[in-house]
Design a protein around this ligand. Structure first.
Ligand SMILES: NC(=O)c1ccc[n+]([C@@H]2O[C@H](COP(=O)([O-])OP(=O)(O)OC[C@H]3O[C@@H](n4cnc5c(N)ncnc54)[C@H](O)[C@@H]3O)[C@@H](O)[C@H]2O)c1
Length: 258
């Protein structure tokens, strides 16, 4: 919405389906329609379609069709991601692989499908990967998620070096805890605050350090021409364990959830 409000036409993809084994719902057809309407309300065009970032062929088709319709591609936000909990050695192969496939391989697919279009424009551009604070300070119970998001940081650094000569900037945004369906559900809130049966909005705010959203950071990364950083901007305060307390005193989610 922030980019549309700033004058960009939008090509969007979302899986628009749940992935079995996750403890929360992914976007629905209704969410997709609402997104289209919100973009169009800004006066910009929206080509938003169903595609799974794990599927290179369908992702490429949506991107190619979108660029053909809109004429150019300048900014890419690789945002699709999933989240689950479990002790590292007790995760199922499926739980590990699903998170790596969506969060890391999906980010790579997104770059692979889009970079040729940015490069073809000859104007440079910007790619923003949504990583996580978990990439920088991995909490307990999130080995697969943290590894996937750390992989995204490594991917960003490599692409930034490879694409810099074409004036394509590549950055990650590494949010702390953001108030979205991924986090705001009974499984995660129960893991973060097991002693509270019904955490209130205030509990969530103070205990998890919820941020309202990460759009301003993505928008900044997209627009700031000189910000080819290959460093990792940190967004928000996040929950207390993201503020530097030693790992063995964190009391983090996931310890008791396997
Ligand atoms: N919410 C947080 O606290 C938080 C913190 C750090 C990083 N992040 C990251 O921010 C990004 C956005 O997450 P969110 O919090 O808005 O969660 P969300 O679940 O609301 O949004 C994620 C979106 O990705 C889509 N998606 C999932 N798998 C997909 C796939 N295989 N192909 C296409 N689309 C797919 C979902 O349908 C959903 O619309 C994710 O990469 C997440 O890891 C979130």
């Amino acid at each position: 919405m922030r980019l549309a409000g700033g004058g960009a036409d939008i090509i969007g993809v979302d899986i628009v389906a749940d992935i079995p084994g996750l403890h929360y719902h992914l976007a629905s057809q209704r969410d997709l329609q609402e997104t289209i309407e919100l973009i169009e309300r800004t006066g910009r065009r929206a080509i938003v379609q169903q595609a799974d970032v794990r599927d290179m062929d369908s992702l490429t088709t949506v991107v190619n069709d979108g660029v053909a319709a809109l004429g150019r591609l300048d900014i890419v936000v690789a945002n699709a991601g999933i989240f689950s909990l479990g002790a590292a050695t007790e995760l199922s192969d499926t739980a590990w692989q699903d998170v790596l496939d969506v969060n890391l391989t999906g980010a790579w697919h997104t770059a692979k499908a889009t970079v040729p279009h940015i490069a073809a424009g000859g104007r440079g551009g910007s790619i923003i990967f949504v990583s996580s604070m978990a990439a920088l300070r991995p909490p307990l119970g999130l080995a697969h998620y943290s590894a996937s998001k750390a992989g995204v940081v490594a991917l960003m650094k490599t692409l930034a070096a490879e694409l810099g000569p074409q004036f394509i900037r590549v950055n990650t945004v590494n949010p702390g805890t953001v108030d979205t369906p991924m986090i705001d559900n009974d499984t995660i809130l129960g893991a973060f605050m097991p002693e509270l049966e019904h955490p209130t909005r205030d509990d969530r705010q103070t205990r998890l350090g919820f941020r309202a959203d990460q759009r301003p950071a993505c928008s900044l990364a997209a627009s700031a021409g000189r910000h080819q950083r290959r460093r990792v901007p940190r967004v928000g305060c996040g929950p207390p364990h993201h503020r530097g307390r030693p790992a063995d005193r964190r009391g983090l989610p996931g310890q008791e959830l396997t």
